[in-house]
Design a protein around this ligand. Structure first.
Ligand SMILES: Cc1ncc(COP(=O)(O)O)c(C=O)c1O
Length: 394
C-alpha cells in the first residue's frame, strides 16, 4: 500500500470520526471495575446519558453493538408470540423485523418503498382496528441509516394516543442519538435503542436502552427468556455504580468525555448543526442534478444523505474510485439499494470545512468515474454554508 499523507475521510454514516479528546480519554489505564473509582465513573455516565436521551428514566449500557440493544428492547418487554407493529422503512427496519421473527414474535410489517418514513396515519389505523389489543409494541427506526429518511416519532406517539392504545413504543435511535432532534420523555417513548459509534463519537462497542416506567413495569411480567440482556440485574447493580458483568471500562472513559463535549456544545446546537449539514449536502446533490433517496422534505436526515446513482452506473465502483484517489470512505448501498446508492455521512465530530472537503471528494469522484452530472455542487453547498451561519443557542 503506498503511503497516504493527511487524514483519512471517514464519511460513512457511522462509525464516525472519534475526536482527539475522546481518543485520549480512551487510552487511560484500564481500571478495577469493582473499585470505588469505577463507581464514580459509572454514575457520571449513567446520569450524563439521561441528558443525551432527554429523559429522567434510567439508561442501560451494554457492552455490545446496536443489534444487541435491539434484542434487549424486545426480550425485556415482550412475551413469546406477541404481536409487534413495524414499518419497512429500509434495510435496518428489515433487520429488526428479521430479529423479531427469529425470536418468535408475530410481526405486522407494513410494506414501504424505502423512500418514506413510518406513516403516522397507518399507526393510527392499525391500532384503532386492534380492539382487543393484540399489538403489544410499535417499533420504529428513527433515522433509517440505509436511506437517510427520518420517521416522525412525535407524530407516531400522537397517533398511538389518539387510538387510545396501550402498545409500547420502541424506537431505534442508533444513527440519530446526539445528532437529530430526539426527546425520549417528551415523545413518550418506552424504549429508546442507541449505541456508541455514531452521534456519540465513540468507537463501536456500547449499546443503550433508555427505558420508561411503563417499559420497566412491562418487563416484570414479560415472559421472553433473557439472561445477558436482562434489565433487572443491570438496574439493581447500576444503583450502586456497578454492572452485573464486566463493563467496557475504557469505552466508558470515552463516553464521559463525549458527553462533556455534547453538553458543552448543547443538544439544540448539535441538532441545528446537523440539519444545516443536511441542507448544504442536498444543495450540492441538487446542483449535480442527482436525486436523493428521501422523498418527503419533512423526513430529510441531517445525519446522512443517500444519493441515487444514475441508471446503469455502479455506486460501488464510484466509491472505490473515491477511496483510492482521495482516501475517503463513503457509505455503500445496503440491501436492495446495493450498487444503486451511495451514502454521504455528515454526522458526529464534523464541521463546515470537513463537509466542504467531503463534497469536493464526491464531485471529483463523479467526474473521474464518468458519472453524468452537472458541475457546481460544491459551490452551491459553500454558498449555503457561507450565507446561513449558525446562531448558537446558549
Ligand atoms: C438504524 C440502525 N439500526 C441498527 C443498526 C445495527 O447496529 P450495530 O451494527 O451496531 O449492531 C445500525 C447500524 O448501522 C443502524 O444504523
Amino acid at each position: 500500500m503506498p503511503h497516504k499523507s493527511g487524514r483519512h475521510f471517514l464519511q460513512i454514516p457511522g462509525p464516525t470520526n472519534v475526536p482527539e479528546r475522546v481518543l485520549r480519554a480512551l487510552s487511560q489505564p484500564t481500571m478495577d471495575h469493582r473499585g470505588p473509582e469505577f463507581a464514580k465513573l459509572a454514575r457520571e455516565v449513567l446520569s450524563g446519558l439521561q441528558g443525551v436521551f432527554l429523559t429522567k428514566s434510567p439508561v442501560i449500557i451494554y457492552p455490545g453493538s446496536g443489534t444487541g440493544a435491539w434484542e434487549a428492547s424486545l426480550v425485556n418487554t415482550l412475551s413469546p408470540g406477541d404481536k409487534i407493529l413495524m414499518f419497512e422503512t429500509g434495510h435496518f427496519a428489515t433487520l429488526w423485523r428479521d430479529m423479531g421473527t427469529r425470536l418468535g414474535f408475530q410481526i405486522d410489517f407494513v410494506a414501504g418503498d424505502w423512500r418514506h418514513g413510518a406513516d403516522p396515519a397507518v399507526v393510527y389505523a392499525k391500532l384503532a382496528d386492534d380492539r382487543d389489543h393484540q399489538i403489544k409494541a410499535v417499533a420504529v427506526v428513527h433515522n433509517e441509516t440505509s436511506t437517510g429518511v427520518v420517521s416522525r416519532i412525535a407524530d407516531v406517539r400522537r397517533q398511538i394516543d389518539a387510538a387510545r392504545h396501550p402498545a409500547l413504543l420502541l424506537v431505534d435511535t442508533i444513527s440519530s442519538l446526539g445528532s437529530i432532534e430526539y426527546r425520549h420523555d417528551d415523545w413518550g417513548v418506552d424504549v429508546t435503542v442507541g449505541c456508541s459509534q455514531k452521534g456519540l463519537m465513540l468507537p463501536p462497542g456500547l449499546g443503550f436502552n433508555a427505558i420508561s416506567e411503563k417499559a420497566i413495569a412491562a418487563s416484570k411480567t414479560a415472559r421472553m427468556p433473557r439472561a445477558y440482556w436482562d434489565w433487572e440485574a443491570m438496574l439493581r447493580d447500576n444503583k450502586a455504580g456497578f454492572f452485573p458483568y464486566t463493563p467496557s471500562t475504557n469505552l466508558l472513559y470515552g463516553l464521559r468525555e463525549a458527553i462533556k463535549m455534547i453538553m458543552d456544545e448543547g443538544l439544540e446546537n448539535i441538532f441545528a448543526r446537523h440539519e444545516r449539514f443536511g441542507r448544504a449536502t442536498r444543495a450540492a446533490v441538487k446542483a449535480w442534478g442527482l436525486d436523493i433517496v428521501a422523498q418527503n422534505p419533512d423526513e430529510y436526515s441531517g445525519v446522512l444523505t443517500a444519493v441515487m446513482m444514475p441508471e446503469g452506473r455502479d455506486a460501488d465502483a464510484f466509491r472505490q474510485i473515491v477511496l483510492e484517489r482521495f482516501d475517503m470512505s463513503l457509505g455503500t448501498g445496503l440491501g436492495k439499494l446495493k450498487g444503486k446508492v451511495f451514502r454521504i455521512g455528515h454526522l458526529g465530530d464534523f464541521n463546515d470545512l470537513m463537509l466542504a472537503g467531503t463534497l469536493g471528494g464526491v464531485e471529483m469522484g463523479l467526474a473521474l468515474a464518468g458519472v453524468p452530472h452537472k458541475a457546481g455542487g460544491v459551490l452551491a453547498a459553500l454558498d449555503m454554508l457561507a450565507s446561513e451561519s449558525l446562531a448558537p443557542v446558549s
